[in-house]
Design a protein around this ligand. Sequence first.
Ligand SMILES: [Zn+2]
Length: 353
Amino acid sequence: MNRIDIIIGICSTVLLAGGIVHAEVPAKKQFGGQPLPAAMAPKVHGFYSKGCIAGAMAIPVDGPNWQAMRLSRNRRWGHPALIKIIEDLSYKAKKDGWNGIMVGDISQPRGGPMLTGHRSHQLGLDADLWFMPMPDQRLTYKEREDLSAVSVLKKDSVYVDDSRWTRAHTMLLYHAANYKAVERILVHPGVKKKLCDTVEGNRSWLNKIRPYWGHHYHFHLRIGCPDGSPGCQSQQGTGSGTGCDSSLDWWFDVAFKPPKKPKKIDTPKKEKPKKRRELVLSDLPKACTAVLKAPATDLETATLKIRETAFAAPEIKLPKVSAASIMLSKSIESAGSTLSGMEIPVPTPRPTR
Ligand SMILES: [Zn+2]
């Protein structure tokens, strides 16, 4: 019996005062323990916050115009359509002055819920890309763990710091939004405002730029359901218009205003927010069980082959990163990056902290 069978087969028996209950293993433990993707054709199953992916592809640790960060998390996996967009975007952005993309979390090798952080990113259709161009040098493995992104906001403010925001930032988002497959890009409302205030000419692409909590260290790029994945559940459309309207004002007029102090008297006791139940395998589409059980592709086969380019980087020297060493190293959460849980980007009440 291999390790995967054992993990899947486990239905841990827990003795409680009332007798014996069977506690299902959280799906995040099953998916979070997979070092490599399922050797199947690329196909996604389910929704962005409840699903998985077969036949995922890894973005190489280094490309001419990108560097993947936080390698120990082993989250540089996605649907080939997404990985190719990131690569392509890195070329377009470079032409417009962005020195290269720092690639944050995409998905786990078989997608699914994660041990830490995001609620979405389960289908290999979401990617976090830093609002910080990559440095000229190739970062070491350790630097990729430790380096923090820099916020594009003014300190203690919800507005963009003009000394940090450049035309290249705008063009990076412009190019990203122009892919047909890209359905939405989540940014901090301050970033959206900056674009609304400064973009001239064609503004239709602003429709895909959606304001959301966090997202001032990185933006979140999401593509729609790819061809050949009938089990992929689409999200709501973004409607029409640029979104530079009262829906954006709401963030500044309501969402970011300090909460009103409750009156001391007659205040009903605040109900404790219910803890969200952990997803288990049976919550996910049935196909995800097969994805979890399938044999693994090897890392070499499952890594995008970098295309030749006019923007080739200087010689790349990197420590060899094996899937085994990735699994042995601890997941390191960045102090700087925002990993707050997010789902469908519509204005929501201030999250409880
Ligand atoms: Zn994200």
